[in-house]
Design a protein around this ligand. Structure first.
Ligand SMILES: Cc1ncc(COP(=O)(O)OP(=O)(O)O)c(N)n1
Ligand code: 3NM
Ligand code: MG
Length: 211
């Protein structure tokens, strides 16, 4: 269920435009969506999360809320993504219950990922693998980390940070289950096509694994 293209929303105060952009990412083949809004007020965040949830339901794709366990709970979204300042897996699990998706940012730290898995996280994210135009104050993660993580973890691995359709193949080959992408999707003039380029690359790799 957690695999392929994981679309993370850009900051966008215009809800109609945001929903349309995400619709295009879903039409192109995104398998998971994260609502990430670091600056909006509570009302806007609630409105946008609710509208995105309705949209994602139409596509049978889970919507994960970044940072905010409470907003995820209030809207009935499918889960939450937690970084180092966003609360614990234990707290999220208590509030959201056993069936929701809890993802944890692990940066370049394998031990953090092992701890997250032990506490019941549903996926872990590593990065940044490439320089990101969205976020500059990031830790860098080497490709070798994915190989190691694949060996010792049993939950899905998500990669993030500057990922494009032109640089994603080594991450897929190293065993990432999903790639989380903002700018290569939402800064594109053709979001459907940008998303489908990722989707095709994942399909190709599944095909190679199966045959
Ligand atoms: C899938 C995924 N991976 C990593 C992050 C980054 O989380 P965090 O470090 O908490 O930073 P912010 O996104 O909150 O700025 C993420 N959001 N999603
Ligand atoms: C939100 C975020 N977290 C990162 C991390 O390394 O933890 S990199 C990042 C930004 C991802 O956006 P883009 O696809 O535009 O690079
Ligand atoms: Mg966060």
């Amino acid at each position: 269920m957690i695999g392929g293209l994981y679309a993370i929303t850009p900051e966008c105060a215009d809800t109609e435009s945001l929903v349309e952009q995400v619709r295009q990412a879903l039409s192109g083949g995104a398998h998971l969506v994260q609502y990430r809004n670091k600056g909006g007020d509570v009302g806007l965040r609630h409105e946008q999360a609710s509208e995105l949830l309705a949209l994602c339901k139409q596509f049978h794709v889970p919507l994960i809320i970044n940072d905010d366990i409470r907003l995820s709970d209030l809207t009935g979204a499918d889960g939450v993504h937690l970084g180092k300042d966003d609360g614990s897996v234990r707290e999220a699990r208590l509030i959201l219950g056993p069936d929701k998706i809890i993802g944890v940012s692990c940066y370049n730290d394998l031990q953090r990922a092992l701890d997250a898995e032990a506490h019941g996280a549903n996926y872990v994210a590593f990065g940044s693998f490439f320089p990101s135009s969205t976020k500059s104050d990031v830790v860098t993660a080497p490709l070798t980390l994915l190989h190691e993580a694949k060996r010792v973890l049993n939950i899905p691995l998500v990669s993030i940070g500057g990922i494009t359709a032109d640089n994603v193949t080594p991450l897929i080959e190293a065993g990432t289950d999903a790639v989380a992408v903002i700018s290569a999707l939402f800064d594109s003039e053709d979001i459907v096509r940008a998303a489908s380029r990722f989707a095709v690359l994942f399909e190709k790799s599944n095909h190679h694994t199966l045959h």
